[in-house]
Design a protein around this ligand. Structure first.
Ligand SMILES: [Fe+2]
Length: 318
């Protein structure tokens, strides 16, 4: 079966693949602090529903977006430009995953600006919730297990028709996964099985795919629900580079990171976003040598993922 379905309200929409060039409404401008943001909605379910949501955000150069969080799990894929997310450099094909209630940022655009696709398996009812204003909500949340990761997708040249290359860090026991898929021109391949996930996205970043007799050029997305069969796709005449993103299931238990047993060195966890500073590893990329105890980390240091201050870290129980 060569069809992806999107369930909006009670209706099953045979959505197929949604391409930017086929959208009727694109680049809705919003004047924001420090510049302009343009929003392009690919999938916008009705308010109050918990259905998949996907949109493109384009930002003017040097825009600075403060640290914030959302109520739902989220993938973000950088599509053009670049900059930093927290202290991490991001560029086209960087994939960022954040669990619900995990603050990330700030996001700062470079001189080219920055654009990203935001993808959610469930609509976010609240929108961006900023730190420090919404900090108390995080502190009072029950069962929160914050975690995030950024990884650059690597598209490998296929030996056969297609190469599906996993992003090794983006993985958990609830079915979270991400793959970089490169397909040769005019070849057909089946995507991984969506069952056992919380929803699967296809994000075409370069080239095109043929779908329902039409050519869908990048940028294009598809959503495949967990109870649907594997989607079979055909690359267009230029071939295809696409991401396959698996959301984690919502009903599966979340593993808690195991405690360390090293007596001399400790780990310190950001209470906001769960980033862990490990004294044995230090942070050489920031000039903090392996073996640097927390007390010797400068007071001006802040969290690489969410910019929280050193006082926002707690020692992990051993
Ligand atoms: Fe943090």
């Amino acid at each position: 079966m060569d069809i992806a379905s999107i369930r909006f309200a009670e209706e099953i929409v045979v959505a197929t693949v949604i391409a930017y060039e086929a959208l009727t409404q694109t680049r809705i401008p919003h004047e924001v602090k420090g510049g302009t943001r343009w929003d392009t909605s690919f999938m916008q379910p009705p308010k109050g529903t918990r259905l998949p949501q996907a949109f493109l955000v384009e930002n003017t150069p040097h825009r600075h977006l403060r640290t914030h969080f959302h109520d739902v799990d989220q993938f973000q894929v950088i599509t053009s430009g670049g900059g930093t997310l927290g202290k991490h450099a991001v560029q086209p094909c960087t994939v960022h995953f954040s669990r619900a209630l995990t603050p990330y940022g700030p996001i700062t655009a470079n001189e080219q600006g920055i654009a990203w696709m935001t993808l959610r398996a469930r609509r976010d009812g609240e929108g961006a919730q900023f730190i420090p204003e919404q900090r108390e909500k995080l502190e009072q949340a029950v069962g929160r297990n914050p975690w995030q990761i950024s990884e650059l997708a690597e598209f490998m040249e296929p030996a056969g028709d297609a190469c599906l290359n996993p992003l090794p860090g983006i993985r958990d026991e609830r079915g979270l996964a991400a793959y970089a898929l490169r397909m040769k021109p005019n070849t057909t391949t089946a995507l991984p099985d969506p069952s056992g996930t919380g929803g699967q996205y296809l994000v075409a970043l370069r080239g095109s795919l043929e779908h329902e007799g039409k050519t869908r050029r990048a940028l294009a997305i598809g959503y495949i629900a967990p109870d649907e069969p594997c989607l079979s796709i055909k690359a267009g005449a230029e071939g295809l580079d696409a991401l396959v993103l698996h959301f984690p299931r919502y009903d599966a238990p979340i593993a808690v990171a195991s405690a360390r047993s090293d007596k001399c060195y400790k780990t310190w966890r950001c209470v906001l976003c769960a980033f862990v500073y490990d004294e044995t590893k230090g942070m050489p990329e920031e000039g903090i040598a392996p073996g640097t105890h927390w007390s010797d980390v400068p007071d001006t240091w802040n969290c690489p993922d969410c910019a929280a201050s050193k006082t926002d870290f707690q020692m992990e129980e051993i």
